[in-house]
Design a protein around this ligand. Structure first.
Ligand code: DQA
Length: 155
């Protein structure tokens, strides 16, 4: 069974109340329920966490790497600023998918740059809460394929 850490950064605890015209009315608890449902169909175990603190996110990324888990991360504003998160992701070796609820490329210029995208497998943004489900499916597929390639051939 694959394990995926679904990590949420600053202000995402306020989803549902925070700028609903941008982020919608779905709460983070609602998203966790959706993610857990999807994980069940994929056969993946989920660690779903949120912190407003950069160092806490670094600790969780390191934990995911040490466990051989994958990561789906909505790093919030730290996406655009955090060398610490970037170093944690690249150092952890954990396959990581960066996600965003909003289409960051259709917003302010400072949101167009991601420091973590270059060390992630890929980026999904703009699909609302569905970004989490697409991210989970993507990282799960990557992990299954890597495990298959690592297995010695049966012949
Ligand atoms: C966000 C986009 C970021 O630019 C912003 O700082 C957030 C949320 C998103 O999910 O759309 O906090 O990551």
């Amino acid at each position: 069974m694959t394990t995926v850490f679904v990590l949420n950064g600053p202000n995402l605890n306020l989803l549902g109340r925070r700028e609903p015209h941008v982020y919608g009315s779905t709460t983070l608890a609602d998203i966790e329920t959706l993610v857990r449902g999807k994980a069940e169909t994929l056969g993946a175990a989920i660690m779903f966490r949120q912190s407003n603190h950069e160092g806490q996110l670094v600790d969780w990324i390191q934990e995911a790497g040490a466990q051989g888990a994958g990561i789906v991360i909505n790093a919030g504003a730290y996406t655009h600023t955090s060398i610490a998160l970037r170093d944690a992701i690249s150092g952890s070796g954990a396959p990581t998918v960066e996600i965003h609820i909003s289409n960051v490329h259709a917003r302010e210029g400072f949101r167009h740059r991601s420091l973590i995208a270059p060390v992630s497998v890929g980026v999904i943004c703009g699909f609302g809460p569905m970004s989490y489900l697409l991210g989970l499916e993507a990282v799960h597929q990557v992990m299954v394929e890597r495990a298959r390639q690592a297995k010695p051939s049966q012949h």
